[in-house]
Write a protein that binds this ligand. Structure first.
Ligand code: ZN
Length: 59
């Protein structure tokens, strides 16, 4: 367990899809790793990383 892992919001992380169709990223409309049936905010790896950077603990 690293500090990076601790800072991630794993509790709200949706399950990853095993295959297409994937849900679109709510920010950039790129395909995400999440199933299209997932109800909630889905972010592509890039946006997810940015959001994690922005929302993660900063100290
Ligand atoms: Zn995105």
């Amino acid at each position: 367990m690293s500090e990076d892992t601790y800072c991630l919001i794993d509790a709200t992380k949706p399950p990853t899809a095993e295959g297409p169709p994937y849900a679109d990223c709510v920010l950039c409309r790129e395909p995400t790793e999440y199933p299209e049936s997932y109800k909630g905010i889905t972010l592509c790896p890039v946006c997810e990383w940015r959001e994690a950077e922005r929302t993660s603990c900063s100290g």
